[in-house]
Design a protein around this ligand. Structure first.
Ligand code: GDP
Ligand code: MG
Length: 163
C-alpha cells in the first residue's frame, strides 16, 4: 500500500501549489481566492523509488460550525484520520495566526506524524522564518517554497523515510 500524505492548513497558505508540484499536474485549483478548493483532492507523487498518495484539503475551518465551512472541517479531519503523515502548512509571509494555533491543537491530539512546514520562504533566512512557529509545539519547523520548489525534496524524503 502506498503511504498517504495529507496537506492541511488554513486557506491560502499554498496547499494546492504544493500539491501541484508534488503531483506535477495542474489538477488542484490554485487561486488567490482563499478556500477555493472545497473538496479533498487526491494525486500520485513519487520521491526516488517511493510512490505515495497526496491529498489536498480545502482549508481547515474548525472554528466555524455551520454550512460549507463545517463540511470543509469535517472533510479535512477525515482526511487527516485516513492519512499516514500530515504536512501542516503555515505561511512565512503572514506569520503565525490564531487559526494556525487552533489547527495545531487539533493535529497534536491525533496519532499521525505531523510535519510543520513554513511555506513561501523563498528569499528569506530559515532561522528568521521558523522562529515564531516553535510555539506551536510541533517540533522543528521546515521551511520551503512550494512555488519555487525549494526544500520540497528534502521535506518529502523525511516524510516518506518510515515507509
Ligand atoms: P491554498 O488555499 O492553501 O490551496 O493556497 P494556494 O496554493 O491556492 O496558494 C495561495 C496563494 O499563495 C496563491 O497566490 C499562490 O500563488 C501563493 N503561493 C503558494 N505557494 C507559494 C510560495 O511558495 N511562495 C509564494 N511567494 N507564494 C506562494
Ligand atoms: Mg487550495
Amino acid at each position: 500500500m502506498k503511504p498517504t500524505v495529507v496537506l492541511v492548513g488554513r486557506p491560502n497558505v499554498g496547499k494546492s501549489t504544493l500539491f501541484n508540484r508534488l503531483t506535477k499536474t495542474r489538477d488542484a485549483l490554485v487561486a488567490d481566492l482563499p478556500g477555493l478548493t472545497r473538496d479533498r483532492h487526491y494525486g500520485h507523487g513519487r520521491v526516488g523509488d517511493k510512490p505515495y498518495l497526496v491529498v489536498d484539503t480545502g482549508g481547515f475551518e474548525p472554528v466555524v460550525d455551520s454550512g460549507i465551512m463545517h463540511e470543509m472541517a469535517r472533510q479535512t479531519l477525515q482526511a487527516v484520520d485516513e492519512a499516514d503523515a500530515v504536512v501542516f502548512l503555515v505561511d512565512a509571509r503572514s506569520g503565525l495566526t490564531p487559526q494556525d494555533k487552533i489547527i495545531a491543537n487539533q493535529l497534536r491530539q491525533g496519532s499521525r506524524p505531523v510535519y510543520l512546514v513554513v511555506n513561501k520562504a523563498e528569499g528569506m533566512s530559515r532561522a528568521m522564518v521558523v522562529a515564531e512557529f516553535y510555539e506551536l509545539g510541533l517540533g522543528e519547523p521546515w521551511s520551503i517554497s512550494g512555488a519555487h520548489g525549494e526544500g520540497v525534496r528534502e521535506l518529502m524524503d523525511e516524510v516518506l523515510e518510515p515507509f
